[in-house]
Write a protein that binds this ligand. Structure first.
Ligand SMILES: Nc1ncnc2c1ncn2[C@@H]1O[C@H](COP(=O)(O)OP(=O)(O)OP(=O)(O)O)[C@@H](O)[C@H]1O
Ligand SMILES: CC(=O)N[C@H]1[C@@H]2OC[C@@H](O2)[C@@H](O)[C@@H]1O[C@H](C)C(=O)O
Length: 348
């Protein structure tokens, strides 16, 4: 898995029949070097105008496959199939477009395994949001946990899975994850992100600016709904103008937490579990705790690995593709009926 924050590849081993998680295994993390991050970042901006066979797309797709092959090698394991999410460079469900790049055939050849990829296209083509896809995996992982349970994933974009007391699985992208804060910190300090949320915790939230951010129309939309990584870029740039570096970081961390709390939920959860890189940001965690009346804890509290969960998810979904099981349901992506998806390529 390589997520929207463009930080690198997370790889994980999982043993599953696509319905039950038997066990999770080794994990590995391979960081992208700065030039590749910049190339990917440039593709996010350019994607709407690019053709599928654009030379830069083709070249970067190969590099991504090679990096994933290296990450798989780090796991040093035997497996039946690999799930390859690819790098999202564009996500626009209203125009029925979602675009994950990465050369799956090249990866299959390099790792000598069948590779499942292109997990989102079928859902989007059928009128769904194509995201989030992690909810069915969260539901499988949380099979024995008490409900109602809220699982919050804070990556570049943030999303939730709500496991209701009646067994319903509801989900949506809530709004910004670490993306706007990463961009702010990079622009003002040169760092890739606000480690531990130290900068954000040192600043003061500007309540008026936060209210302007939360007035965006996305928050009034009913779930399911999903976002492009750059959706908030223009608004955030305008609203944070003139803030000190620390106050801007504090306000953006508060924005992430407030957007999670504003997400539509059918009943109050008993517990909030937080996964993804944002759980390391103490300003985001403190802001979440201030907004929920129930405990807010990193997923490690229930024995999960918050750095590996998304990678494990795409292994789980690969097995579901293999068995012809749905990857999404109406409550998670808004698709009309449970939807299968994904494409499997064999090692050539
Ligand atoms: N120690 C840390 N302190 C603060 N923030 C951190 C820390 N480690 C990671 N992060 C944040 O988490 C981000 C990466 O999160 P994660 O790996 O969950 O995202 P992703 O998988 O790329 O995204 P997505 O879920 O959107 O696909 C980094 O960009 C950074 O903002
Ligand atoms: C289009 C796309 O890549 N979306 C990502 C992104 O990153 C977080 C959020 O936005 C989520 O909707 C999704 O990833 C996770 C893994 C998902 O599909 O569940």
């Amino acid at each position: 898995m390589s997520g929207t924050s463009l930080d690198g590849v997370d790889a994980a081993v999982i043993e599953t029949d696509g319905e039950t998680v038997v066990r999770t295994g080794k994990t590995a993390c391979l960081l992208y070097e700065e030039p590749l991050r910049l190339r990917l970042r440039a593709l996010l901006d350019a994607a709407p105008g690019l053709a599928l066979d654009d030379p830069e797309i083709v070249a970067v797709s190969r590099v991504i496959a090679d990096r994933h092959a290296e990450a798989v090698a780090m796991l040093a394991c035997r497996a039946e199939i690999a799930g390859f999410h690819g790098q999202t460079i564009l996500h626009d469900p209203p125009s029925r477009r979602t675009w994950q790049i990465g050369d799956a055939a090249r990866l299959a050849h390099k790792i000598r395994l069948p590779v499942a990829s292109d997990f989102r296209s079928a859902d989007v083509a059928a009128g769904g949001e194509g995201a989030p896809l992690v909810p069915l995996f969260h539901a499988a992982m949380a099979a024995t946990l008490e409900k109602p349970l809220l699982i919050v994933n804070i990556g570049g974009v943030a999303n939730i899975t709500f496991l209701a007391s009646d067994g319903a699985i509801l989900a949506c992208d809530t709004g910004p994850g670490n993306g706007p804060l990463d961009d702010w910190v990079h622009r003002h300090t040169g760092a890739a992100f606000d480690r531990d949320g130290t900068l954000a915790a040192s600043g003061r939230v500007n309540a008026a600016r936060l209210a302007r951010l939360l007035a965006d129309g996305y928050f009034a939309r009913p779930a399911p709904k999903s976002l492009d990584r750059l959706y908030f870029s223009a608004l955030v740039a305008e609203v944070t103008e003139g803030l000190s570096v620390a106050d801007g970081a504090a306000t953006l961390a508060a924005f992430t937490a407030a957007a999670v709390a504003a997400a539509p939920m059918p009943e109050p959860p008993r517990l909030v579990l937080v996964t993804g890189g944002g759980r390391h940001n103490r300003a985001i965690m403190a802001a979440l705790r201030a907004r929920f009346a129930v405990p807010v804890q990193p997923v490690e509290m229930v024995g999960w690995d918050g750095d590996a969960l998304e990678a494990q998810c795409f292994g789980f979904l690969a097995v579901r593709v293999l068995h012809g099981l749905p990857l999404s349901v109406p409550g998670t992506t808004g698709v009309a009926a449970p939807m299968r998806g994904g494409v499997i390529v064999q090692p050539g």
